[in-house]
Design a protein around this ligand. Structure first.
Ligand SMILES: Nc1ncnc2c1ncn2[C@@H]1O[C@H](COP(=O)(O)OP(=O)(O)OP(=O)(O)O)[C@@H](O)[C@H]1O
Length: 272
């Protein structure tokens, strides 16, 4: 049995969730410790978003216990806790549309309040931090451009910079490369890798169904299928051909190159 302490970033114990007669999460137990960075992998509909909703307190399980950053849900103030969690989802990209007249800089800056559109108590230090994050994500030259006019890749980087404005202790990137071309994707992954490698940064939870997006700094992986854990632990022991085949239900050939896993679907390759 694991003990929850300040070093425990996420702890799910026997999480069960059913809806509309379906068992969506089936007895999920998972611990993330400080210093680890995790990938959450699974097919469409496997339960990834449902797990994220549990972790962020937007959904309550029917059974089991959730703790995040050492706080046990049910005994803690969740809106307060959420201030320490950054969640960037490509499906939440439309958030910025609430203020289409904002510049990229204003959107990044607004991350200080974890709510777009609040502009009180902005200090010079905040503005300097926003600019520094824009530099880190290579969008400082776009500071004065309207957020609406940024390309998808640029906007994605702006939204991650925005999430980092409040110095979250847990950063969830939910399919951040969705819709990006190969160049923008590699550029974004490069900046994510730099961010993770930097000491003192947040614990990363990277959600995807694309295995090759797992950058070298991601140390662990949780594989889920139909709401059940297929495997969890260090990536060397979880990202294996047989476990990935069970997770993705296709025959997979896996290669490692420069610390990144690359997959090929065997069946398609053999048909040629
Ligand atoms: N509120 C709900 N009511 C009923 N079914 C739900 C609800 N939320 C999720 N589901 C179902 O639970 C399953 C898991 O959904 P979830 O969104 O967690 O999957 P996912 O792994 O994030 O998928 P994707 O990669 O496509 O985003 C799906 O079959 C979905 O239809």
């Amino acid at each position: 049995m694991s003990l929850i302490n300040e070093e425990t970033v996420i702890s799910l114990k026997n999480i069960v969730w059913h809806r509309s007669g379906k068992d969506i999460l089936k007895n999920i137990s998972w611990d993330v410790q400080k210093g680890e960075h995790w990938a959450l992998l699974g097919l469409n509909g496997s339960g990834k978003t449902s797990i994220l909703k549990m972790i962020t307190g937007y959904q309550w399980p029917n059974g089991g216990e959730v703790s995040v950053l050492g706080k046990v849900f049910g005994k803690t103030n969740i809106p307060e806790l959420r201030k320490s969690i950054g969640w960037v989802s490509s499906s939440l990209d439309d958030q910025y549309q609430s203020r289409p007249g904002d510049t990229a800089f204003e959107v990044v800056l607004s991350g200080k309040f974890a709510s777009i559109g609040l502009y009180e108590e902005i200090t010079e230090k905040d503005a300097a931090k926003a600019m520094e994050l824009m530099r880190q994500f290579r969008i400082s030259h776009l500071a004065d451009q309207l957020i609406m006019s940024l390309s998808q890749g640029e906007r994605r980087r702006a939204m991650i910079a925005r999430a980092l404005m409040s110095s979250p202790r847990l950063l969830i990137l939910d399919e951040p490369c969705n819709g990006l071309d190969i160049y923008s994707k590699e550029e974004l992954l490069g900046t994510i890798e730099e961010m993770v490698a930097k000491p003192g940064g947040p614990t990363l939870l990277y959600v995807t169904h694309h295995i090759e997006e797992i950058v070298p700094s991601v140390s662990h992986a949780l594989l889920i299928k139909s709401g059940e854990v297929v495997a969890l632990g260090e990536k060397a022991s979880t990202l294996t051909e047989s476990l990935l085949e069970r997770t993705f239900k296709v025959p997979i050939s896996l290669d490692w190159e420069n610390g990144r896993p690359w997959v090929r679907i065997k069946a398609y390759a053999e048909k040629k």
